[in-house]
Design a protein around this ligand. Sequence first.
Ligand code: HEM
Length: 178
Amino acid sequence: MKNTPQNYDWLSITLHWLSAVVVVGLFAIGLWMVDLNYYSQWYKPVPHWHKSVGLCLALATLFRLLWKHLKGHPPIEGARWEVMSAKLAHGVIYLMLFGLFFSGYLISTADGRAIEVFNWFSVPALGEIFPNQADIAGEIHYYLAFGLIGLAALHALAALKHHFINKDNTLKKMLGVK
Ligand code: HEM
């Protein structure tokens, strides 16, 4: 049953920090790989890793939301406006993540080819569902990626403000320390 714990559990903490590292890594690698030329040794493997890691992150994020729903989560601390804006920011971060997963899927599968996830399993393609799919999804993916990194930076600053200015338990809860 859902309850209201006082701290994040180790699985939520691990998923949070792993997701944070993977999001920043995918962003950096994404920016780098679009400028690779055909003759580079990285031209083929890097997009393959980007897609594979992105799809694993999509599965981990789905699991994270399910886990959050089952376990409950500690109350957000601070003034009413801080609680409201934190909830809004967390919701928008999740929405942007799913927007990125979905637009990434639409870019990769527009040519009808399935996505091979580390050669472990493949995600079937739906092909081109609408005209110029790869270009349109590519634009959305690009702007969402910058939006997510900007919002995540704001979110990190808010966590540091809670820690150093409000001196509350917000960051400690996500670090698993008391
Ligand atoms: C790309 C990077 C990041 C992403 C995508 C991200 C995403 C999230 C999300 C979605 C939540 C809500 C958790 C829930 O569903 O209950 C959260 C919570 C939290 N994050 Fe991050 N985060 C990132 C980086 C950071 C960084 C760098 C810090 C610290 C400097 C941080 C500190 C926290 C804290 C303290 C919470 C708990 C907030 C609370 O319960 O009041 N995050 N993060």
